[in-house]
Design a protein around this ligand. Structure first.
Ligand SMILES: *Cc1c(COP(=O)(O)O)cnc(C)c1O
Length: 387
C-alpha cells in the first residue's frame, strides 16, 4: 500500500492551530499551584453555562460521572426506572444501573439513530422516574416530543450530550431533512442541547467535539436545587468540609483541563460548522450510490460521527476492504447496550437497534478533514460496495 493511512480521527491539526494558546493556559495553571477546582474551573463553568444557555454548569471528572451524578441530583433512586436508548455507548445504561435504577430500553428510529419517542409511552410504569435521551453522533434527539411525554407523566429528562456539545436544537426532525423545524414550539427553538431537559451531561473525552487532553465532564441544569446537589455529590456529598451529608464521589474537573477547555470553547462553533461541511461533502460524493443510506444533515447536527448504513449484509466486508486500503472506518456500535453480556437475558429484543448495529459504519471525521482525502475515502468505499 503506497498511500498514507487515513485514521478515523486526527486530533493533531486542531492542536497545531491552537498550541500557543494551549501552552500558555497550561503554564498559567502550573504556575498558580491550584490544580483541583478553584478559579480556572469556576471560569470555565461560567463560560460553558453562558455558551450553552444554562443557568448552572458543574465540572466533573468524566461524562460517565456527569450522567451518574445528574441522575442522583434529579432524584433517581434505587428501584426507579429510567427510559433510554439501546443504541449508545455503554456509559449511558451503566450510569443508570450504577445508581441502582433499572434502564428500560425503547427502540430507536433508524433515520436518526435516536430514541423513537412514539414508543416511550408504552414503557412508562409507576416506577418510571426519568427519560434519558442520547443525542447520538451529535444529532439532537426528538426533544419536543420527549418533553411533552415527560410533562404529562411528571418525569425528569436528562440529556446525554457526550457527543453533542454545541448542537443547537431546532425541533424534531424524525426521518426528514430538517424542513419540519418550523412546526416546533417556539419556546425550545434554537436551544442548545443540555439546556432543554432538566439536566444535561457532557463528556470532554479527547475525541468528543469539545475535547480535553484527558478526562473531564460537565453537568448543566437550570434548577438551583439540582445544581447544589450535583456540586455536593461531586465532592464527597458536602460543600462544607467535615460536614458530609450524603455519600458522594470524588469527581472534580482538573484545573489544567478546565484551562484547556476554556481556550477551545470559543472555537467550537467553527469546528462544528466544519464538521457539517465535511458531512455535506460526503453526502454529495455518495449521492446515488446504491446499497447505502447516508445521514441527513439535520438542523443542529454537529456530526460527532458521520455514520452510514451499509445494506445487504456487506458492512463487515466493506470495513475490512477500507482497512486493507489504509482507511480507518469504525463501527459505533456493534452491540446494542441491552445485548451486552452484563445484561444478558434481561431484556426483550429491539429490532431496529439490532438491525442498525449490523449496518452502521462511521467514516473518518474531524473538522479539518480535506476534501481530497474524502474523495479517496469515497472512491475506495464505492469499490468496496461493488465487490
Ligand atoms: C463518551 C460517552 C459517554 C461517557 O463519557 P466519558 O467522559 O468517556 O465518561 C457517555 N455517553 C456517550 C453517548 C458517550 O459517547
Amino acid at each position: 500500500m503506497s498511500q498514507n493511512k487515513v485514521p478515523i480521527l486526527d486530533l493533531k491539526p486542531q492542536y497545531q492551530a491552537i498550541q500557543t494558546e494551549i501552552k500558555a493556559a497550561v503554564n498559567r495553571v502550573l504556575e498558580s499551584g491550584q490544580f483541583i477546582l478553584g478559579e480556572e474551573v469556576g471560569n470555565f463553568e461560567s463560560a460553558a453555562a453562558a455558551y450553552l444557555g444554562s443557568k448552572h454548569a458543574i465540572g466533573v471528572n468524566s461524562g460517565t460521572d456527569a450522567l451518574m451524578i445528574a441522575l442522583r441530583a434529579l432524584g433517581v433512586e434505587p428501584g426507579d426506572e429510567v427510559i433510554t436508548t439501546p443504541f449508545s455507548f455503554f456509559a449511558t445504561a451503566e450510569s443508570i444501573s450504577n445508581v441502582g435504577a433499572k434502564p428500560i430500553f425503547v427502540d430507536i428510529d433508524a433515520a436518526s439513530f435516536n430514541l423513537n419517542p412514539e414508543q416511550i409511552r408504552d414503557q412508562i410504569t409507576d416506577k418510571t422516574k426519568a427519560i434519558l435521551p442520547v443525542h447520538l453522533f451529535g444529532n439532537p434527539a426528538a426533544m419536543a416530543q420527549i418533553l411533552d411525554i415527560a410533562e404529562a407523566h411528571n418525569l425528569k429528562v436528562l440529556e446525554d450530550c457526550a457527543q453533542s456539545f454545541g448542537s443547537a436544537y431546532k425541533g424534531d426532525c424524525i426521518g426528514c431533512d430538517g424542513g419540519c423545524q418550523d412546526d416546533v414550539r417556539n419556546s425550545i427553538t434554537g436551544q442548545r442541547t443540555g439546556a432543554i431537559g432538566d439536566a444535561g451531561a457532557f463528556s470532554f473525552f479527547p475525541t468528543k467535539n469539545l475535547g480535553a487532553y484527558g478526562d473531564g465532564g460537565l453537568i448543566t441544569t437550570n434548577d438551583d436545587a439540582v445544581a447544589e446537589l450535583a456540586r455536593k455529590l461531586r465532592i464527597h456529598g458536602t460543600l462544607k468540609r467535615y460536614h458530609n451529608e450524603m455519600l458522594g464521589y470524588n469527581s472534580r474537573l482538573d484545573a489544567i483541563q478546565a484551562a484547556i477547555l476554556g481556550v477551545k470553547l470559543p472555537y467550537v462553533d467553527k469546528w462544528n460548522q466544519q464538521r457539517r461541511q465535511v458531512a455535506d461533502t460526503y453526502n454529495r460524493l455518495l449521492e446515488n450510490v446504491p446499497g447505502i443510506v447516508t445521514p441527513a444533515v439535520t438542523a443542529g447536527h454537529v456530526f460527532h460521527q458521520y455514520t452510514l448504513r451499509i445494506l445487504n449484509g456487506k458492512r463487515d466486508a466493506v470495513k475490512e476492504y477500507l482497512a486493507s486500503q489504509g482507511i480507518g472506518a469504525m463501527v459505533y456500535y456493534p452491540v446494542p447496550q441491552d445485548c451486552l453480556p452484563v445484561y444478558q437475558g434481561q431484556f426483550p429484543t429491539y429490532p431496529v437497534s439490532e438491525q442498525v448495529a449490523k449496518e452502521v459504519l462511521s467514516l473518518p471525521m474531524w473538522p479539518e478533514l480535506e476534501e481530497a482525502i474524502q474523495e479517496r475515502i469515497v472512491a475506495t468505499l464505492k469499490d468496496a460496495i461493488a465487490l
